[in-house]
Design a binder for this molecule. Structure first.
Ligand SMILES: NC(=O)c1ccc[n+]([C@@H]2O[C@H](COP(=O)([O-])OP(=O)(O)OC[C@H]3O[C@@H](n4cnc5c(N)ncnc54)[C@H](OP(=O)(O)O)[C@@H]3O)[C@@H](O)[C@H]2O)c1
Length: 273
């Protein structure tokens, strides 16, 4: 599995990981992902899936990069500390690799939240700090509030159909060495299906054409397009080991410049909301 640097840290993460929001697949698909090198697992205190992640990483904790999140409703200093401790218990581990603020909360001063996030790193309970659903302005403010540690990642919506971050946030993250964790990289499934069943059949026909040319599936092309950008890692979710295996096959090869351009053109017209 291709590795990418995690922000400005010395850590690396796989180009393709797995997400476990609304996940019901049990331990097997997660073990399958880890065995195939998709060893970044993204969960959250709000998902109700930290326990199954804890079960999946038992005895192989050192091979897995666990990303979890504190909810945006728990961003007071002591709430962050309590949320992290509860996540550690559910995950049955003594450290979190990447601890992310799930969504911003303008009611809590960002400096207070970041002080707690940094305290967790200083105590060895968290390795790296991330945020999620932060705009460029929110990210800038969060960075300014850090004293000892960098913000390593911002987890945001990104896929062929949803490219809003390309205008501003992505260039900002590139310039500041902040990894983008692309969530919902299959647009919740439609990018993995046939053009015929799609609400945007013309663009999907181009995806299918590229899939045929590369002897890959639609899902693999859509995910490869996502991670073709050097600063982006994708975290698709599947309950099924066979699909996890398919999604892992999205890394380790490259779309040509011509194929990238074809996809960019076919899908860019849709990105108008
Ligand atoms: N930070 C945030 O606010 C936020 C928000 C949303 C998501 N996320 C993260 O991003 C992860 C992924 O996003 P997501 O779950 O919203 O959407 P997604 O990964 O784009 O799509 C998941 C859907 O696609 C299907 N699927 C996956 N691989 C497939 C394949 N190869 N062929 C056909 N269908 C396939 C899955 O069905 P099956 O399971 O039946 O295979 C599921 O219905 C989440 O689990 C979570 O970790 C974060």
């Amino acid at each position: 599995m291709d590795q990418k640097p995690l922000g400005s840290t010395s850590a690396t993460v796989p180009a393709i990981g797995v997400g476990v929001w609304r996940y019901g697949g049990g331990v097997k698909p997660l073990r399958c992902a880890i065995d195939l090198g998709a060893s970044l697992i993204d969960t959250a205190e709000a998902y109700g899936t930290e326990k199954v992640v804890g079960e999946a990483v038992q005895n192989i904790r050192d091979r897995v990069f666990i990303a979890t999140k504190v909810s945006g409703s728990h961003l007071r200093h002591d709430e962050v500390l309590r949320a992290a401790e509860a996540s550690l218990q559910r995950l049955n581990t003594d450290y979190i690799d990447l601890y992310q603020i799930h969504w911003p909360n303008s009611m809590v001063p960002i400096g207070e939240t970041m002080r707690a996030m940094e305290a967790l790193v200083d105590r060895g309970l968290v390795k790296y700090i991330g945020v999620s659903n932060f705009s460029t302005a929110e990210l800038r403010a969060a960075q300014a509030a850090m004293t000892n540690h960098p913000i390593a990642a911002n987890q945001v919506l990104y896929n062929l159909n949803r490219r809003q971050i390309e205008a501003d946030l992505m260039p900002y993250c590139d310039a500041n060495r902040i990894t983008i964790l692309a969530y919902t990289p299959l647009d919740s499934g439609p990018l993995a299906r046939d053009a015929g069943s799609s609400s945007n059949p013309a663009a999907m026909a181009v995806l299918e054409q590229v899939a045929a040319e590369t002897h890959r599936s639609n899902a693999q092309v859509a995910l490869n397009w996502c991670v073709a950008h050097p600063g982006v890692v994708a975290i698709p979710k599947s309950d099924k080991a066979a699909r996890v295996t398919e999604n892992c096959g999205a890394a380790g090869w490259r779309l040509s410049a011509v194929q990238m351009k074809l996809l960019d053109r076919a899908f860019s017209a849709l990105d108008d909301d």
